[in-house]
Design a protein around this ligand. Sequence first.
Ligand SMILES: Nc1ncnc2c1ncn2[C@@H]1O[C@H](COP(=O)(O)OP(=O)(O)O)[C@@H](O)[C@H]1O
Ligand SMILES: [Mg+2]
Length: 313
Amino acid sequence: MAKPKVLILAGGLSHERDVSLRSGRRVAEALRAADCEVAETDLDNRFFDQLSACDPDLVWPLLHGALGEDGSVRDVLELSGVPYLGSDPRSARAAWNKSVAKTLIRRSGQATPDYVTFPQSLFRQLGAAPLLDLVSASLGSDLVVKPLYGGSALGVTRVSDPSQLPQAMMDCFAYGDIALIERAVLGTELAVSVVDLGSGPVALPAVEIVTDGPYDYDARYNPGRTEFFAPARIDDQVSDAAAALALSAHRTLGLARISRTDLIVDAAGVPWFLEVNVAPGMQETSLLPQAALAAGQALPALYRALVEASIAA
Ligand SMILES: Nc1ncnc2c1ncn2[C@@H]1O[C@H](COP(=O)(O)OP(=O)(O)O)[C@@H](O)[C@H]1O
Ligand SMILES: [Mg+2]
């Protein structure tokens, strides 16, 4: 293929702006190294001018958080008639809503922790105490509270005693109006990335995440707090089950080209689906690049192959 012209869309106004900008820079560098023509743009009022000035063969949306992952920017790209890399707006929307994703995953026969979702207004109307008592009585005391829509573990708290729930809810509502409260899974945390270079989705080696505390924003983006093992130190059977879950999530939600499923393998070897990301992080410490390197794939060649497959589709 002649030199593809790619417009990287990164930044935006979400809490994950900096992460997105770093992802954008890394992908741009890799694509330039793979002999692509690359321009970069942010999501602001110059976007449409830059889009027409660049006239790209493909836009690669690397926005994290809302707008980038909730399908709306993909809707704009569809309306603009410009080809883009990755999932369509409807599929992105289903993945972004952790409750919708979990429902579809469970219907497909895969495991995901029991949960409830409550908007902040319900707490105001019913009172927090009786509602949280009900949650603990039904789901137990080992819980994770997270925003229904979110990323980078922002607003996510692990709770091991009901007395910690009110503060966890407050921290969650700082990031969004709806909280998802789910059973905590004890075990090995893995991320399984899926790429589709045109001949169907393929799971990359699982990456194992080991932290000295919660795998929170700080642990993700500050070197030293987290140890990654790529590939994960798991036996083949567990590795196959984790890959099957990630492929099933990718297919069940109708995702395209690239995704990353976050999961925890319990003591019995069962992988539990937490969420799937349509715009996984792509900076140097991110999970998908680590998985690709573990598979022996050079990032420039992989990213160019993703671009070419998307343009040809
Ligand atoms: N049910 C759970 N049990 C144990 N840990 C969890 C659970 N849900 C989330 N976590 C922890 O919180 C982190 C962030 O949760 P995740 O659902 O992946 O949301 P985000 O979109 O913020 O990445 C996970 O990487 C994991 O470390
Ligand atoms: Mg996650």
